[in-house]
Design a protein. Structure first.
Ligand code: G3I
Length: 305
């Protein structure tokens, strides 16, 4: 295979990219996406502020554009994200407890039913834990008003809304074993023990010199898989350039391939031109859409040529 998507498919995985609807009209952007990737994640278009900026008034325009683009080309779609403290419209934070509960459940149900049958995996809850050594939950309207049970409630609502979608918990700085990943691990273990629906854990994998690819990356993915969930690398990008960057990308791909329940990898953008890391070069294609050494490392690690 000579593309990332085709090579990953031969290994039983998908290889995706985060996509912004407003770049789909740029021919090099679209042709790179269409040629190389077989899964997409809307980078911002499915977030709460994009789809429900005022209460119970839903706008799926930009997200639909991405989903239609993907579906008409046989690409899978990851849903990102239903319940998150960021990119949350002000009206949500202003609600009292019982209104917030019904707004959360209504949001999950309406968005998931709109895309029923079109999304392979949903990030149901995103980034609910704090960084650092506490292993504690992060303060958010959901945490502060609904308490620890909000994650479980969100997953139960999500299962009812689209029983065929894989339901993921997604976070960053959980890529190696540490207090934060231990807290997520314990939550998943508890959910599996009590029959709370959860199918997958997303490891964002935003790496840079302060947060390098952990030495126990594969081991950490494996311990989650051993709980009986799939694992996915959901927002991969790695700062740097040249051989060092390529080596890090290779390690990530090799770790996923070594874990049978690691079902796919998504990089957080198509090209350095539009990376969320404004001045960075963390992706596989440079800002002129040339393949970088990291691209070749990934393709080779996937068994492609
Ligand atoms: O759409 C508005 C536009 O109307 C306005 O004029 C402009 C002015 O700033 O802002 C635009 O919104 C920006 C939006 O991206 C769309 O481009 C926001 O300011 C900007 O903050 C937002 O950044 C996104 C960020 O999430 C916000 O949290 C990034 O694109 C996106 O890559 C990033 O993705 C997150 C994942 O969802 C979760 N994990 C971490 C990851 C990286 O931060």
């Amino acid at each position: 295979a000579s593309t990332l998507g085709a090579a990953a498919a031969e290994k039983g995985r998908y290889f995706g990219a985060a996509v912004a609807a407003n770049h789909l009209g740029e021919s090099q952007y679209a042709s790179t996406l269409n040629t190389e990737f077989n899964s997409v994640t809307p980078e911002n278009e499915m977030k709460w502020d994009a789809v429900e900026s005022s209460r119970n008034s839903f706008n799926f325009g930009a997200a639909d554009q991405i989903v239609n683009h993907a579906q008409s080309r046989g690409m899978k779609v990851r849903g990102h994200t239903l319940v998150w403290h960021s990119q949350l419209p002000g009206w949500v934070s202003g609600l009292g407890t019982s209104d917030l509960r019904s707004a959360m459940n209504n949001h999950i149900t309406t968005v998931m039913q709109h895309y029923k049958g079109k999304i392979h995996s949903w990030d149901v809850v995103n980034e609910a834990y704090q960084d650092g050594n506490s292993g504690a939950r992060r303060s958010s309207p959901f945490q502060d008003k609904l308490g620890n049970g909000f994650i479980e409630e969100a997953f139960r609502t999500a299962r009812a809304a689209d029983p065929n979608a894989k339901l993921c918990y997604n976070d960053y700085n959980t890529d190696g074993q540490n207090a934060k990943s231990n807290a997520v691990y314990n939550m998943v273990k508890d959910f599996k023990a009590r029959g709370v629906p959860i199918d997958c854990v997303g490891f964002q994998s935003h790496f840079n010199s302060n947060s390098p690819v952990p030495s126990d990356y594969q081991q950490n993915l494996q311990r989650f898989a051993d709980l009986g969930v799939d694992v996915q690398i959901t927002e991969l990008d790695i700062e740097g350039s040249g051989t060092a960057q390529a080596d890090n990308y290779r390690r990530v791909v090799q770790a996923c391939l070594a874990v049978s329940r690691c079902t796919g990898i998504t990089v957080w953008g198509v090209t350095d031109k539009y990376s969320w890391r404004a001045s960075g070069t963390p992706l596989l294609f440079d800002s002129n859409y040339n393949k970088k050494p990291a691209y070749n490392a990934v393709l080779t690690a996937l068994g492609g040529t």
